[in-house]
Design a protein around this ligand. Sequence first.
Ligand code: TRP
Length: 334
Amino acid sequence: MTNKKKILLSGIQPSGQLCIGNYAGALKNWVNLQEEYDSIFLIVDLHALTVKQIPSELRNRCLSFLAQYIACGINPDKNTIVIQSHVPEHAELAWVLNTITSFGELSRMTQFKDKSKKHSNNINVGLFTYPVLMASDILIYQADMVPVGADQKQHLELARDLAGRFNHNYSDTFPIPEPFIPKSGARIMSLQEPEKKMSKSDENVNNYIALLDAPDVIIKKIKRAVTDSNTDIVYDEKRPGLANLLTLYTILTNTTIDETVGHFKGKMYSQLKSELGEVCVEYLKPMQSEYNRIIQDKVYLNEILKVGAEKARYKARRTLSKVYRKIGLVPLPR
Ligand code: TRP
C-alpha cells in the first residue's frame, strides 16, 4: 500500500453553455473531491468537434469554460486543468485503442444512436469512435476514478473493457477505472421538458439556466418552468416539473427535500418560483463576479493552460511510450 492519492479524471465538452445542471451534477462534486484525489479536469474540445462548431465560438468557449471551472472553485494549483487538444497523446492513444475496439461494440452505444438521429445530416466517423477517444482520455492518465453521469456509464464500461483487453493482450498497463457516483450528486431536469435531463446544448435556451445567465433571465426562465395543474406543493416524481424545482431549491439552499417541502407547504407555485429565482440569482452571483474578473485576465488564464498542459503531457507521454513499446512500435533512436 502506498499513500499516493488516487487519480480522478473527468471532463466536459465545450458545447453550449455551462448550466446549473453541470454544476449540480459535476462541477460541485469536483470541487469537493479536489483535496482527496489527484484530479485532472478536461475541457474536451476534440470531442466537441463531432458536432458542427463555429471555430471562433469554439475557441472563446474553451477559454470561458476554463474561467468558469476556476470561478466555480476548482483550484488550478491543486488539480490539473487542461484543454484536451493541448495534449496530443489523447488522439495518439485513441488510435491504438481503435485497433482493439470492435465495430460491434461501438454500434451498441446508445449515445451514438441518439446523436445520429439528432444530427442526421452529420453522422461522421468521429461521432462513432467518440467513446474510444473518451477511453483514451481516461487511460492515458492511468485514472482510477471517473465521476460521470448515468448517460456516460456505457462509455465508461467500454474504457474498462479496453483497459482489460490491452492488459490481457500485452501485460498490465492500465488500472481498470471505476465509475465514481458521488454521494450527493443531483440530476437537474430540463425546465420546459422535465422528463429529460437539463442539457447545456439544448436548442431551447429556456430549458436550462446557464451559470452566466443574467439575474432577470434566470428569474424569467424559472417563472416559465413547466409544472402541472395541481396546486399543492409535495415531492412526487410523477410531477416531474415541480419535483425538479424542489430539487433545485434544495441544492441551492443546501437543505433536504423534506425541509424544502416543509418550507413551501401551503404556498403557491408562484411563491416557489419567485423564491427559487431569488435563491438562484444569489447563488450564482459570487461565481459570476469571480468569472468576470478571471476572464479579463488573459495572462493568468494562459499560465494555467501552460502549466496544465505541461503537467498533463508528462503523465500522458509516459503512458503512451509504454503502450507503443508494448505493441511493438520502434522507438525513435536518441
Ligand atoms: N463524454 C463526456 C460527456 O459528454 C465527456 C467526456 C469526454 C468525459 N472524455 C471524458 C467524461 C473522460 C469523463 C471522462 O459528458
